[in-house]
Design a protein around this ligand. Structure first.
Ligand SMILES: NC(=O)c1ccc[n+]([C@@H]2O[C@H](COP(=O)([O-])OP(=O)(O)OC[C@H]3O[C@@H](n4cnc5c(N)ncnc54)[C@H](OP(=O)(O)O)[C@@H]3O)[C@@H](O)[C@H]2O)c1
Length: 300
């Protein structure tokens, strides 16, 4: 099958493209800069004609990971609008394309995030939980609403992804810097939950949903064992053989990062991947210790 990955140049997209390409899918990556796309894949712009030519009337699926990063600067009103607009814009693009051409993807996977649930120090959130409060909850809600209303496909899937964990990108790459300088530690009181997922399981879960004929609707992509930030940092310190005793007080982070500090750095949510487990997905790295050991020490 042909697979179009928009945002396939990003942290998750690059690994996903590689995986699906190696499995025999014909992968095309849509990018704002097609010349920068890895030559292994067909590079497409956000251009209807190029996409129609690639599909050539054959069966195809779409995985839409494109959008301005939530960590692209302070969350000013202007930036928040740009983050939302970049994501709704890509959904509108596919809606128009499918309407004009009467093309119908076999499967359409849309990126969302566990930020959908808002934050809480104690609750566990499954796919059945309600939308929470805050910018990320609103952003995820709007993305999912646009997707549900505008995209037609045989099989529609929303992935609510947790904190994707790998040393090549995402939050761990940033967290490693102070740890390697012997200045590692948690943020605020460290009680905020980290619903992390090993990059390998993120990619395998997307592949599972793509290939499982029964899969439909919303799935949480996070490990079954979320941990509090303090525990995450302690485990990280132990594996790196570096201390994890410093901690950055909340007010400092709020001063530097504003609302982002409140929603992302100082609070979190404990998310359970209920539907993936019910439907038989087996995590390669369900526990943090093994996940970090594999990522940082190439163990397992
Ligand atoms: N990484 C995580 O831990 C995490 C957690 C939860 C949810 N997610 C979601 O999963 C998706 C992929 O995440 P990621 O970490 O791989 O993101 P990423 O590395 O930031 O990649 C996103 C891609 O989107 C494209 N893009 C950036 N700004 C854009 C804009 N203004 N308009 C259109 N396209 C734009 C870029 O591709 P080009 O430059 O090639 O156009 C970029 O490669 C995102 O929707 C993200 O919100 C990620």
């Amino acid at each position: 099958m042909k697979i179009i990955i928009s945002g396939g140049t990003g942290f998750i997209g690059a690994k996903l493209s590689e995986r699906l390409n190696n499995k025999g899918y014909t992968v095309a990556v849509i990018s704002r800069k097609p010349s920068a796309v890895n030559k292994k894949y067909k590079a497409l712009g956000w251009d209807e004609n190029e996409i129609i030519l690639f599909i050539k009337g054959e069966k195809f699926g779409v995985i839409n990971l494109a959008g301005r990063s939530i960590s692209s600067g302070r969350w000013t009103d202007k930036n928040k609008k740009r983050i939302l607009k970049s994501r709704i814009w890509s959904i509108d693009f596919f809606e128009n394309l499918f309407e004009k051409t009467k093309l119908l993807p076999e499967v359409f996977v849309q990126a969302s995030a566990i930020g959908y649930y808002g934050t809480h120090e104690e609750y566990s959130f499954s796919e059945k939980s309600d939308v929470g409060e805050g910018f990320l909850a609103n952003l995820s809600f709007e993305i999912e609403k646009a997707f549900s209303n505008k995209i037609k496909s045989e099989k529609k899937i929303i992935i609510r992804t947790g904190l994707v964990t790998d040393k090549s990108g995402g939050f761990l790459k940033r967290l490693l810097v102070p740890f390697r300088l012997y200045a590692g530690g948690h943020f605020g009181n460290g009680r905020q939950y980290f619903s992390w997922i090993h990059i390998e399981d993120e990619i395998r879960a997307i592949e599972f949903l793509l290939e499982n004929p029964q899969a439909r609707g919303v799935y949480n992509l996070s490990s079954p064992y979320a941990v509090r930030m303090k525990e995450f940092c302690k485990t990280l310190g132990r594996i790196l053989k570096k201390p994890s005793y410093l901690h950055v007080p909340g007010f400092v982070l709020k001063l530097i990062f504003g609302q982002m500090a409140k929603e992302v750095l100082l609070s979190g949510q404990k998310v359970v991947p209920e539907r993936l487990i019910e439907e038989g997905f087996e995590f390669s790295f369900p526990k943090l210790d093994a996940a970090l050991s594999q990522i940082l020490l190439n163990k397992y």
